[in-house]
Write a protein that binds this ligand. Sequence first.
Ligand code: PMP
Length: 401
Amino acid sequence: MSLISPWRTDFPALDALERQGQVYLDSAATAQKPQALIDALTHYYANGAANVHRAQHLPGAMATQAFEDTRHKVGEWLNLGTCGHVIFTHGATSAFNLLAYGLEPLFQTGDEIVISALEHHANLLPWQQLAQRRGLKLVVLPLTADGTVDLDAASSLINARTRLLAISQLSNVLGTWQPVSTLVEMAKAHHALTVVDGAQGVVHGRHDMQALGCDFYVFSSHKLYGPDGVGVLFGRHEALARLRPWQFGGEMVLQAGYEHATFRPAPLGFEAGTPPVSGVIGLGATLDYLNDVNQSTATEHEARLHELLCTGLRLREGIRLVGVPQVALASFVVEGVHNADLAHLLTEQGIAVRAGHHCAIPLIDRLGLSGAIRVSLGLYNDSADLERFFDALDQALELLR
Ligand code: PMP
Protein backbone atom coordinates (compact mmCIF):
# COMPACT_ATOMS: atom_id res chain seq x y z
CA MET A 1 0.00 0.00 0.00
CA SER A 2 1.42 3.35 -1.03
CA LEU A 3 0.82 6.35 1.21
CA ILE A 4 1.69 9.80 -0.09
CA SER A 5 1.76 12.80 2.21
CA PRO A 6 -0.15 15.74 0.74
CA TRP A 7 1.96 18.05 2.95
CA ARG A 8 5.42 16.84 1.95
CA THR A 9 5.97 19.58 -0.63
CA ASP A 10 5.21 22.23 2.03
CA PHE A 11 8.48 21.22 3.75
CA PRO A 12 11.40 22.07 1.44
CA ALA A 13 13.95 20.26 3.63
CA LEU A 14 12.42 16.92 2.72
CA ASP A 15 13.50 17.38 -0.92
CA ALA A 16 16.87 18.74 0.10
CA LEU A 17 17.47 15.77 2.40
CA GLU A 18 16.36 13.37 -0.32
CA ARG A 19 18.93 14.88 -2.71
CA GLN A 20 21.54 14.10 -0.05
CA GLY A 21 20.28 10.53 0.13
CA GLN A 22 18.69 11.03 3.54
CA VAL A 23 15.39 9.67 4.83
CA TYR A 24 14.26 11.70 7.83
CA LEU A 25 12.62 9.54 10.50
CA ASP A 26 13.53 11.51 13.63
CA SER A 27 10.69 14.00 13.97
CA ALA A 28 10.19 13.19 17.66
CA ALA A 29 13.61 14.78 18.24
CA THR A 30 12.89 17.77 16.06
CA ALA A 31 10.59 18.33 13.11
CA GLN A 32 11.39 19.81 9.70
CA LYS A 33 9.89 23.23 8.98
CA PRO A 34 7.15 24.36 6.59
CA GLN A 35 7.89 26.99 3.92
CA ALA A 36 5.36 29.24 5.69
CA LEU A 37 7.70 29.44 8.69
CA ILE A 38 10.80 30.04 6.56
CA ASP A 39 8.94 32.88 4.77
CA ALA A 40 7.85 34.44 8.06
CA LEU A 41 11.42 34.44 9.42
CA THR A 42 12.77 35.92 6.18
CA HIS A 43 10.07 38.57 6.24
CA TYR A 44 10.80 39.51 9.83
CA TYR A 45 14.56 39.75 9.35
CA ALA A 46 14.30 41.43 5.93
CA ASN A 47 11.83 44.07 7.07
CA GLY A 48 13.22 45.17 10.39
CA ALA A 49 14.01 43.19 13.52
CA ALA A 50 13.15 44.86 16.81
CA ASN A 51 12.83 44.10 20.47
CA VAL A 52 9.34 43.63 21.90
CA HIS A 53 7.36 45.49 24.59
CA ARG A 54 10.03 48.19 24.96
CA ALA A 55 10.33 50.43 21.96
CA GLN A 56 7.77 53.04 20.95
CA HIS A 57 9.03 53.06 17.32
CA LEU A 58 7.33 51.37 14.37
CA PRO A 59 9.57 48.28 14.04
CA GLY A 60 9.16 47.70 17.78
CA ALA A 61 5.40 48.03 17.53
CA MET A 62 5.29 45.62 14.57
CA ALA A 63 7.43 43.01 16.32
CA THR A 64 5.36 43.35 19.52
CA GLN A 65 2.14 42.95 17.57
CA ALA A 66 3.37 39.80 15.79
CA PHE A 67 4.76 38.41 19.08
CA GLU A 68 1.50 38.99 20.95
CA ASP A 69 -0.50 37.62 18.00
CA THR A 70 1.38 34.36 18.46
CA ARG A 71 0.49 34.31 22.16
CA HIS A 72 -3.12 34.55 21.10
CA LYS A 73 -2.72 31.80 18.47
CA VAL A 74 -1.12 29.44 20.99
CA GLY A 75 -4.02 30.18 23.34
CA GLU A 76 -6.43 29.18 20.60
CA TRP A 77 -4.37 26.09 19.72
CA LEU A 78 -4.70 24.94 23.33
CA ASN A 79 -8.24 26.27 23.72
CA LEU A 80 -7.43 28.22 26.86
CA GLY A 81 -10.42 30.48 26.73
CA THR A 82 -9.85 32.77 29.68
CA CYS A 83 -8.57 30.10 32.07
CA GLY A 84 -4.89 31.10 32.00
CA HIS A 85 -1.88 32.55 30.20
CA VAL A 86 0.71 31.49 27.66
CA ILE A 87 4.28 32.20 28.77
CA PHE A 88 7.11 31.99 26.25
CA THR A 89 10.32 30.33 27.41
CA HIS A 90 13.43 29.18 25.57
CA GLY A 91 12.23 25.58 25.33
CA ALA A 92 10.32 22.92 27.21
CA THR A 93 13.35 22.28 29.41
CA SER A 94 13.46 25.96 30.45
CA ALA A 95 9.76 25.79 31.28
CA PHE A 96 10.25 22.80 33.61
CA ASN A 97 13.14 24.54 35.33
CA LEU A 98 11.05 27.69 35.68
CA LEU A 99 8.36 25.63 37.39
CA ALA A 100 10.74 23.70 39.65
CA TYR A 101 12.38 26.91 40.89
CA GLY A 102 9.29 29.09 40.80
CA LEU A 103 7.16 26.67 42.85
CA GLU A 104 9.92 25.81 45.32
CA PRO A 105 8.66 27.96 48.24
CA LEU A 106 5.39 25.98 48.25
CA PHE A 107 7.12 22.76 49.33
CA GLN A 108 7.98 21.55 52.81
CA THR A 109 10.20 18.70 53.95
CA GLY A 110 8.41 15.38 53.49
CA ASP A 111 6.08 16.59 50.73
CA GLU A 112 5.86 14.30 47.73
CA ILE A 113 6.25 14.96 44.01
CA VAL A 114 4.79 12.27 41.80
CA ILE A 115 6.19 11.53 38.34
CA SER A 116 6.04 8.41 36.19
CA ALA A 117 8.68 5.86 35.25
CA LEU A 118 8.73 7.03 31.65
CA GLU A 119 9.56 10.71 32.05
CA HIS A 120 12.04 12.45 29.79
CA HIS A 121 14.98 13.86 31.79
CA ALA A 122 13.47 17.33 31.24
CA ASN A 123 10.48 16.37 33.38
CA LEU A 124 12.50 14.36 35.87
CA LEU A 125 15.76 16.10 36.74
CA PRO A 126 14.34 19.54 37.66
CA TRP A 127 11.99 17.79 40.14
CA GLN A 128 14.76 15.52 41.39
CA GLN A 129 16.93 18.58 42.07
CA LEU A 130 14.04 20.34 43.80
CA ALA A 131 13.46 17.24 45.94
CA GLN A 132 17.13 17.27 46.94
CA ARG A 133 17.09 20.99 47.76
CA ARG A 134 13.93 20.77 49.88
CA GLY A 135 14.06 17.26 51.37
CA LEU A 136 11.07 16.03 49.35
CA LYS A 137 10.23 12.53 48.21
CA LEU A 138 10.05 11.80 44.49
CA VAL A 139 7.43 9.10 43.95
CA VAL A 140 7.62 7.18 40.66
CA LEU A 141 4.43 5.72 39.19
CA PRO A 142 5.04 2.26 37.70
CA LEU A 143 3.96 1.22 34.19
CA THR A 144 1.85 -1.61 32.87
CA ALA A 145 3.37 -4.03 30.35
CA ASP A 146 2.03 -2.03 27.41
CA GLY A 147 3.81 1.12 28.57
CA THR A 148 1.13 3.23 30.23
CA VAL A 149 0.97 4.44 33.81
CA ASP A 150 -0.54 1.82 36.10
CA LEU A 151 -3.69 3.51 37.37
CA ASP A 152 -4.25 1.05 40.21
CA ALA A 153 -0.84 1.84 41.62
CA ALA A 154 -1.38 5.55 40.94
CA SER A 155 -4.59 5.58 42.96
CA SER A 156 -2.65 4.79 46.12
CA LEU A 157 0.62 6.56 45.30
CA ILE A 158 -1.19 9.83 44.64
CA ASN A 159 -2.45 10.75 48.10
CA ALA A 160 -2.66 13.46 50.74
CA ARG A 161 1.16 13.82 50.79
CA THR A 162 1.26 14.60 47.05
CA ARG A 163 1.98 18.27 46.44
CA LEU A 164 2.63 18.05 42.71
CA LEU A 165 2.12 15.61 39.84
CA ALA A 166 4.32 15.96 36.73
CA ILE A 167 3.41 13.60 33.95
CA SER A 168 4.13 13.10 30.27
CA GLN A 169 1.19 13.08 27.87
CA LEU A 170 2.84 10.96 25.17
CA SER A 171 6.02 8.97 25.79
CA ASN A 172 8.96 9.89 23.57
CA VAL A 173 10.32 6.35 23.92
CA LEU A 174 7.21 4.15 23.94
CA GLY A 175 4.81 6.18 21.79
CA THR A 176 2.03 5.55 24.30
CA TRP A 177 -0.62 8.07 25.35
CA GLN A 178 -0.78 8.38 29.10
CA PRO A 179 -4.05 8.61 31.06
CA VAL A 180 -3.35 12.23 31.92
CA SER A 181 -6.95 13.35 32.54
CA THR A 182 -7.46 10.58 35.10
CA LEU A 183 -4.13 11.29 36.78
CA VAL A 184 -4.85 15.02 36.87
CA GLU A 185 -8.21 14.30 38.49
CA MET A 186 -6.58 12.04 41.08
CA ALA A 187 -4.03 14.72 41.94
CA LYS A 188 -6.62 17.47 42.10
CA ALA A 189 -8.71 15.44 44.51
CA HIS A 190 -5.75 15.86 46.89
CA HIS A 191 -5.26 19.55 46.03
CA ALA A 192 -1.92 18.85 44.34
CA LEU A 193 -0.56 20.97 41.50
CA THR A 194 -0.46 19.28 38.10
CA VAL A 195 2.10 19.66 35.31
CA VAL A 196 1.68 17.96 31.94
CA ASP A 197 4.64 17.46 29.61
CA GLY A 198 3.06 17.99 26.20
CA ALA A 199 6.36 18.00 24.25
CA GLN A 200 5.32 14.98 22.18
CA GLY A 201 1.56 15.03 22.70
CA VAL A 202 1.03 18.53 21.33
CA VAL A 203 2.21 17.39 17.91
CA HIS A 204 -0.40 14.69 17.52
CA GLY A 205 -3.92 16.00 17.90
CA ARG A 206 -5.44 19.04 19.55
CA HIS A 207 -5.59 19.24 23.32
CA ASP A 208 -8.03 21.37 25.22
CA MET A 209 -6.61 22.90 28.40
CA GLN A 210 -10.04 23.75 29.79
CA ALA A 211 -11.10 20.11 29.48
CA LEU A 212 -7.77 18.64 30.61
CA GLY A 213 -7.83 20.72 33.76
CA CYS A 214 -4.08 20.65 34.48
CA ASP A 215 -2.41 23.65 36.12
CA PHE A 216 0.53 23.77 33.73
CA TYR A 217 1.16 22.39 30.23
CA VAL A 218 4.56 22.56 28.56
CA PHE A 219 5.81 22.09 25.01
CA SER A 220 8.62 23.02 22.63
CA SER A 221 7.94 24.79 19.35
CA HIS A 222 10.59 22.86 17.41
CA LYS A 223 8.79 19.54 17.67
CA LEU A 224 5.57 21.16 16.43
CA TYR A 225 7.21 22.13 13.11
CA GLY A 226 8.14 25.54 14.54
CA PRO A 227 11.50 27.20 15.26
CA ASP A 228 13.84 25.97 17.98
CA GLY A 229 14.67 28.15 20.98
CA VAL A 230 11.00 28.65 21.89
CA GLY A 231 9.05 26.89 24.59
CA VAL A 232 5.47 27.32 25.71
CA LEU A 233 4.27 27.20 29.29
CA PHE A 234 0.54 27.38 29.78
CA GLY A 235 -0.46 28.19 33.32
CA ARG A 236 -3.90 28.38 34.89
CA HIS A 237 -4.57 31.71 36.66
CA GLU A 238 -4.81 30.24 40.18
CA ALA A 239 -1.59 28.26 39.71
CA LEU A 240 0.30 31.20 38.18
CA ALA A 241 -0.64 33.27 41.21
CA ARG A 242 1.46 30.82 43.30
CA LEU A 243 4.43 30.77 40.92
CA ARG A 244 7.39 32.99 41.75
CA PRO A 245 9.52 34.40 38.93
CA TRP A 246 12.64 32.33 38.36
CA GLN A 247 14.72 34.59 36.17
CA PHE A 248 15.08 38.30 36.78
CA GLY A 249 16.00 41.12 34.43
CA GLY A 250 14.59 43.42 31.80
CA GLU A 251 10.89 43.86 31.09
CA MET A 252 9.59 41.64 33.88
CA VAL A 253 9.77 44.54 36.32
CA LEU A 254 7.05 46.91 37.49
CA GLN A 255 9.33 49.08 39.61
CA ALA A 256 13.01 48.70 40.53
CA GLY A 257 15.29 50.38 43.04
CA TYR A 258 18.75 49.41 44.29
CA GLU A 259 17.31 47.53 47.23
CA HIS A 260 13.95 46.35 46.08
CA ALA A 261 11.91 45.58 42.98
CA THR A 262 8.38 44.57 42.16
CA PHE A 263 7.46 42.32 39.27
CA ARG A 264 4.83 42.13 36.62
CA PRO A 265 2.16 39.46 36.79
CA ALA A 266 1.98 36.64 34.19
CA PRO A 267 2.80 36.37 31.41
CA LEU A 268 5.45 39.12 31.17
CA GLY A 269 6.66 38.63 34.75
CA PHE A 270 7.99 35.23 33.68
CA GLU A 271 9.69 36.43 30.50
CA ALA A 272 12.80 38.17 31.78
CA GLY A 273 15.18 39.56 29.17
CA THR A 274 14.80 39.62 25.42
CA PRO A 275 12.56 36.73 24.47
CA PRO A 276 13.10 34.65 21.30
CA VAL A 277 11.30 37.23 19.16
CA SER A 278 11.86 35.75 15.69
CA GLY A 279 11.17 32.26 17.00
CA VAL A 280 7.86 33.25 18.54
CA ILE A 281 6.82 35.06 15.36
CA GLY A 282 7.86 31.95 13.40
CA LEU A 283 5.77 29.77 15.72
CA GLY A 284 2.78 31.99 14.91
CA ALA A 285 3.29 31.40 11.17
CA THR A 286 3.66 27.66 11.83
CA LEU A 287 0.37 27.58 13.73
CA ASP A 288 -1.33 29.43 10.85
CA TYR A 289 0.02 26.74 8.54
CA LEU A 290 -1.10 23.91 10.85
CA ASN A 291 -4.55 25.45 11.22
CA ASP A 292 -4.93 24.97 7.46
CA VAL A 293 -3.98 21.29 7.69
CA ASN A 294 -7.10 19.17 8.02
CA GLN A 295 -6.66 17.61 11.45
CA SER A 296 -8.58 14.41 10.81
CA THR A 297 -6.79 13.77 7.47
CA ALA A 298 -3.47 14.32 9.22
CA THR A 299 -4.37 12.01 12.10
CA GLU A 300 -5.46 9.31 9.65
CA HIS A 301 -2.30 9.66 7.56
CA GLU A 302 -0.14 9.38 10.67
CA ALA A 303 -2.13 6.40 11.95
CA ARG A 304 -1.78 4.50 8.66
CA LEU A 305 1.95 5.20 8.46
CA HIS A 306 2.37 4.16 12.07
CA GLU A 307 0.55 0.91 11.37
CA LEU A 308 2.90 0.22 8.42
CA LEU A 309 5.88 0.92 10.66
CA CYS A 310 4.75 -1.32 13.51
CA THR A 311 3.59 -4.15 11.24
CA GLY A 312 6.88 -4.07 9.32
CA LEU A 313 8.86 -4.26 12.54
CA ARG A 314 6.71 -7.02 14.04
CA LEU A 315 7.07 -9.11 10.87
CA ARG A 316 10.84 -9.25 11.16
CA GLU A 317 12.34 -12.07 13.14
CA GLY A 318 14.23 -11.17 16.27
CA ILE A 319 12.86 -7.63 16.47
CA ARG A 320 11.17 -6.64 19.70
CA LEU A 321 9.08 -3.50 19.96
CA VAL A 322 9.52 -1.62 23.21
CA GLY A 323 6.04 -1.40 24.76
CA VAL A 324 2.96 -1.19 22.56
CA PRO A 325 3.34 2.05 20.60
CA GLN A 326 0.09 3.81 19.75
CA VAL A 327 1.11 6.77 17.63
CA ALA A 328 3.90 8.58 15.82
CA LEU A 329 6.89 6.46 16.76
CA ALA A 330 8.16 3.01 17.57
CA SER A 331 11.28 1.97 19.47
CA PHE A 332 12.77 -1.46 19.03
CA VAL A 333 15.68 -3.72 19.85
CA VAL A 334 17.02 -6.69 17.91
CA GLU A 335 17.99 -9.91 19.63
CA GLY A 336 21.73 -10.47 19.54
CA VAL A 337 22.45 -7.16 17.84
CA HIS A 338 23.89 -4.10 19.53
CA ASN A 339 21.90 -0.89 18.94
CA ALA A 340 25.00 1.14 18.21
CA ASP A 341 26.10 -1.28 15.45
CA LEU A 342 22.69 -1.27 13.86
CA ALA A 343 22.39 2.51 14.15
CA HIS A 344 25.77 2.88 12.48
CA LEU A 345 24.74 0.74 9.51
CA LEU A 346 21.42 2.59 9.17
CA THR A 347 23.21 5.94 9.26
CA GLU A 348 25.61 4.77 6.57
CA GLN A 349 22.61 4.05 4.37
CA GLY A 350 21.13 7.51 4.89
CA ILE A 351 18.47 6.58 7.42
CA ALA A 352 18.05 9.30 10.05
CA VAL A 353 16.70 7.52 13.13
CA ARG A 354 17.73 7.82 16.78
CA ALA A 355 19.55 5.23 18.83
CA GLY A 356 20.32 5.32 22.53
CA HIS A 357 18.49 6.13 25.74
CA HIS A 358 16.34 8.98 24.33
CA CYS A 359 16.94 11.13 27.43
CA ALA A 360 15.05 8.64 29.57
CA ILE A 361 17.85 6.58 31.14
CA PRO A 362 15.81 5.43 34.18
CA LEU A 363 13.11 4.04 31.86
CA ILE A 364 15.63 2.29 29.62
CA ASP A 365 17.24 0.80 32.76
CA ARG A 366 13.90 -0.29 34.17
CA LEU A 367 13.11 -2.04 30.89
CA GLY A 368 16.40 -3.91 31.18
CA LEU A 369 17.73 -2.42 27.93
CA SER A 370 20.98 -0.71 27.05
CA GLY A 371 19.15 1.49 24.56
CA ALA A 372 16.76 1.24 21.64
CA ILE A 373 16.40 2.44 18.07
CA ARG A 374 13.54 4.88 17.61
CA VAL A 375 11.80 5.58 14.31
CA SER A 376 9.53 8.61 14.46
CA LEU A 377 7.17 10.08 11.92
CA GLY A 378 6.06 13.53 10.84
CA LEU A 379 3.26 14.90 8.69
CA TYR A 380 5.57 14.84 5.69
CA ASN A 381 6.61 11.19 5.76
CA ASP A 382 5.43 8.81 3.03
CA SER A 383 5.29 5.04 2.84
CA ALA A 384 8.32 5.31 0.49
CA ASP A 385 10.36 6.57 3.50
CA LEU A 386 9.42 3.44 5.42
CA GLU A 387 10.23 1.20 2.45
CA ARG A 388 13.72 2.69 2.33
CA PHE A 389 14.04 2.25 6.07
CA PHE A 390 13.03 -1.41 5.92
CA ASP A 391 15.37 -2.12 2.98
CA ALA A 392 18.23 -0.56 4.92
CA LEU A 393 17.23 -2.44 8.08
CA ASP A 394 17.17 -5.79 6.25
CA GLN A 395 20.57 -5.15 4.72
CA ALA A 396 22.03 -4.11 8.06
CA LEU A 397 20.63 -7.16 9.83
CA GLU A 398 21.98 -9.46 7.15
CA LEU A 399 25.44 -8.09 7.82
CA LEU A 400 25.11 -8.24 11.59
CA ARG A 401 23.62 -11.70 12.03
N1 PMP B 1 9.69 16.05 27.14
C1 PMP B 1 9.64 15.14 26.15
C2 PMP B 1 8.62 14.04 26.22
C3 PMP B 1 10.51 15.26 25.06
O1 PMP B 1 10.45 14.35 24.08
C4 PMP B 1 11.44 16.33 25.04
C5 PMP B 1 12.42 16.48 23.89
N2 PMP B 1 13.02 15.31 23.48
C6 PMP B 1 11.45 17.24 26.10
C7 PMP B 1 10.54 17.07 27.14
C8 PMP B 1 12.41 18.39 26.16
O2 PMP B 1 12.23 19.28 25.11
P1 PMP B 1 13.38 20.35 24.76
O3 PMP B 1 14.64 19.58 24.56
O4 PMP B 1 12.88 20.96 23.49
O5 PMP B 1 13.47 21.31 25.87
